[in-house]
Design a protein around this ligand. Structure first.
Ligand code: SF4
Length: 107
């Protein structure tokens, strides 16, 4: 397993573990959730930004083009909403035009 793949595996494992802590039926409505702040510690750890166009594509571990929250496998909710829930940041909304280092292509 490459160093990058191992890091992403660890990040996703932590998120999956956190998901078990959320009780079914306790989810808030998406529109009631707060927006993720770029200066949030977890957001900074994942290099989250509200604007994917500000990310140097050459600096990304995953070379797939045109990455944003809108086309990430981990985003949830209404595709037309500007802010949507994300499996990586439970309880917060991410910008549909945003990006973070955990971006994954939709299957
Ligand atoms: Fe956006 Fe995907 Fe990162 Fe969530 S995991 S912040 S949807 S790029």
């Amino acid at each position: 397993m490459s160093k990058i793949a191992r890091r992403q595996f660890i990040q996703l494992s932590a998120v999956a573990a956190a998901g078990f802590l959320v009780r079914p039926g306790s989810e808030a409505r998406a529109e009631d959730l707060p927006k993720l702040a770029e200066d949030d510690a977890m957001a900074q750890a994942m290099k989250y930004t509200h604007d994917a166009s500000t990310v140097d594509a050459a600096s990304r571990a995953n070379p797939a083009p045109d990455q944003s929250c809108a086309n990430c496998a981990l985003v949830q909710g209404d595709e037309t909403a500007a802010w949507r829930p994300c499996q990586i940041f439970p309880g917060k909304l991410v910008n549909n035009k945003g990006w973070c280092s955990v971006w994954a292509p939709k299957p």
